[in-house]
Ligand binder design. Structure first.
Ligand code: SF4
Length: 183
């Protein structure tokens, strides 16, 4: 029996909705598991970010909002042979990209001081134990080379499952040219 591929998932600057679409693979997940084992995923297993293994394929959700996102993306590029740029946030910046309408200072003021639900009488903006925001949100492909773009918010589970199975079989991956979104 051929050795199984090693695959993983990762979330960066997203909402985790793209990972829910992976959970929605349903029975297609069995087709994936016939060909590969999940080695790394913040959703599917106990994952330590300082122990990222070598993998054949990684599906990455979310763009680059902070320095941790960027460092993890760069390490995943070193560890993975094939990266699927997964979802509209990862491909284009998506909803987090709206943060580019404001400066980092304005965002921090709003999040930590001005928002009605915030209680912060000393007006402390944390700068330790919280990754620093990058000056602007960037799509994943602006920071590392990616091998396949799959936009959608979130992408359609059936399309992605078929793409992953084709990839693992060494076949051409063909995506629909329209209607890649789940809803
Ligand atoms: Fe969430 Fe949509 Fe971004 Fe995926 S593309 S992380 S579902 S906002």
């Amino acid at each position: 029996m051929a050795q199984k591929a090693k695959i993983g998932t990762m979330w960066l600057g997203g909402c985790s909705g793209c990972h829910l679409s992976i959970a929605d693979f349903h029975e297609s997940l069995l087709d994936v598991l016939d060909l590969a084992d999940f080695e790394f995923s913040p959703v599917l297993m106990d994952t330590k970010y300082d122990e990222i293994p070598e993998m054949d394929v990684v599906i990455i959700e979310g763009g680059i909002r902070n320095e941790e996102n960027r460092e993890l993306a760069e390490e995943l590029r070193e560890k993975a042979n094939f990266i699927i740029n997964y979802g509209t946030c990862s491909c284009y910046g998506g909803v987090p990209g709206l943060g580019n309408l404001n400066t980092v200072e304005e965002l921090e003021q709003e999040a930590y001081i001005n928002s009605p639900s915030t209680v912060n009488p000393d007006e402390i903006i944390p700068n330790e134990d919280v990754p620093s925001l990058e000056s602007r949100v960037r799509p994943l492909g602006d920071v590392i080379n990616v091998d396949l773009n799959v936009p959608g918010c979130p992408p359609r589970s059936d399309v992605v499952a078929e793409a992953v199975v084709a990839l693992l079989k060494g076949e051409n991956v063909e995506l629909p040219t329209t209607n890649l979104c789940e809803v």
